[in-house]
Design a protein around this ligand. Structure first.
Ligand code: ADP
Ligand code: MG
Length: 292
């Protein structure tokens, strides 16, 4: 289990570092295998700072982050188990490396003992798991792949590591609508394979779709946390209620027809894009069909 306990991050800001900014303030939550936790909040609320601390890219000022009880420390043993995928897939790749080189580097770095032919098999398997066709992507440079393909390639790379936890920071925000839903569904597959995912998003409807636990951040503090159904169905904090109220698509389609059933089915086919970027669950029987 990945555990955050009272995690705080204070940045030094200003020309001479004389001022401070508390970006993350006493944040605690757990991420278990096979579970998606969405970390939701508006821009600047501290989501990426939390993601970067979990990935060991930033040191917390206070509190602790532990993996199975041991303090999270950047290094091979940790990165074999915990990896991140970010908003801009292009920035994560060296533009002169073809896809196969990116995946072979994992072997050099983490699995030097594995034979090349076996590694080729594992590469193929991980690409298929993210629904990429090895023949179509392996010989390509990043600029020859789409944003969605690059995002999948990053996830395939993560799978090669026998990953247990994935931090996904706004990974769908640069993708077009149909690719976005593919990547979301892929995360659901990974969850089914036992991966724990920290799904960082400013978009409530995505959080609602993908996660069973939701943590709502406001100015670095957790204002609400619980099961996604509870947080979305019965927000206890005014900030969450306000966030929900500003997303009318959650309960109403663009043409005013209600589409959400609180206990509606959650399989991907039940998802409707009510407005670009906003997915909602369709009622088991849509109101129109039901009103015969
Ligand atoms: P989010 O991902 O929710 O948009 P961030 O974690 O990126 O939020 O930022 C939280 C706050 O910390 C913001 O006010 C941001 O300006 C500030 N911040 C982020 N990174 C740094 C940094 N390296 N130095 C100083 N302030 C930072
Ligand atoms: Mg961010």
């Amino acid at each position: 289990m990945l555990k955050l306990d009272g995690v705080t991050k204070i940045y030094k800001v200003g020309a001479f570092g004389g001022k401070t900014l508390t970006a993350v303030d006493d944040v605690s939550f757990d991420l278990r295998p096979g579970e998606v936790v969405s970390l939701i909040g508006e821009s600047g609320s501290g989501k990426s700072t939390i993601g970067r601390m979990v990935l060991g890219l930033l040191r917390p000022t206070g509190g602790s982050i532990t993996l199975d009880g041991a303090r999270a420390a950047p290094g091979k043993a940790y990165y074999r188990q915990v990896q991140g995928v970010f908003q801009d897939p292009f920035s994560c790749y060296n533009p002169v490396f073809k896809a196969d080189r990116v995946l072979r580097m994992i072997k050099q770095e983490y699995f030097p003992e594995v034979a090349s032919t076996e590694w080729d098999g594992r590469m193929e398997e991980s690409l298929k798991a993210v629904r990429l066709n090895p023949g179509q992507v392996l010989g390509k440079y990043p600029h020859q792949l789409s944003g969605g393909q690059l995002q999948r390639l990053l996830i395939a790379r993560a799978l090669l590591l026998d990953l247990r936890f994935l931090v996904a920071d706004e990974i769908t925000s640069m993708l077009d609508a149909s690719t976005r839903i593919d990547v979301l569904n892929l995360l659901a597959d990974l969850k089914a394979r036992g991966l724990g995912v920290l799904f960082v998003t400013h978009d409530l409807s995505l959080g609602n779709y993908i996660s069973e636990q939701a943590v709502v951040l406001y100015r670095g503090r957790v204002v609400e946390a619980g099961t996604t159904d509870r947080v979305f169905g019965n927000p206890l904090h005014p900030y969450t209620a306000r966030l929900l109220a500003s997303v009318p698509q959650l309960t109403t389609r663009w043409d005013g027809v209600p589409v959400v059933a609180a206990d509606g089915p959650q399989e991907p086919s039940a998802l409707v894009e009510a407005e670009p970027g906003h997915f909602v669950r369709r009622s088991p029987v849509s109101p129109r069909e039901g009103a015969v």
